[in-house]
Ligand binder design. Sequence first.
Ligand SMILES: [Zn+2]
Ligand SMILES: [Zn+2]
Length: 141
Amino acid sequence: MADVLYRGSCMCGSVRFEIEAPLGPFGFCHCNTCRKASGTAFTANSSVPRDKVRFLNGEGTIRRYESSPGTFRCFCSNCGSPVYKESPSKPGVIRIRLGLLDTPVGDKPRAHTFWSEKADWYELKGDMPAYDTWITEPKAK
Ligand SMILES: [Zn+2]
Ligand SMILES: [Zn+2]
């Protein structure tokens, strides 16, 4: 059996999960849907193989909302915590919401994405590069 590297839970504790794989690199996404899904300036999400995420309980409490065509935001229907994002076009991977982890992440964010859609009240770039859209696109000014 693989080692559990991370543990996470939603705000009410209905949803509990363990992750048995290293988290992929992550950044802060300022896109419109991430802002609305989180209720604040940006989200921090990391890709993990779906078969390395084990739900201990509450998987049936999770509801899905199709925030853009082919992208489903999955949240606890009891407390509203966002849990992960998934796309049928990438069935092997889910994007875990790092704020749900109860164990240390042990890594730092790499970049800001969708800086062009950021909230006007957020200005702090720090020393991270900022991209207008995806990290593969030209940098923002
Ligand atoms: Zn919950
Ligand atoms: Zn986003």
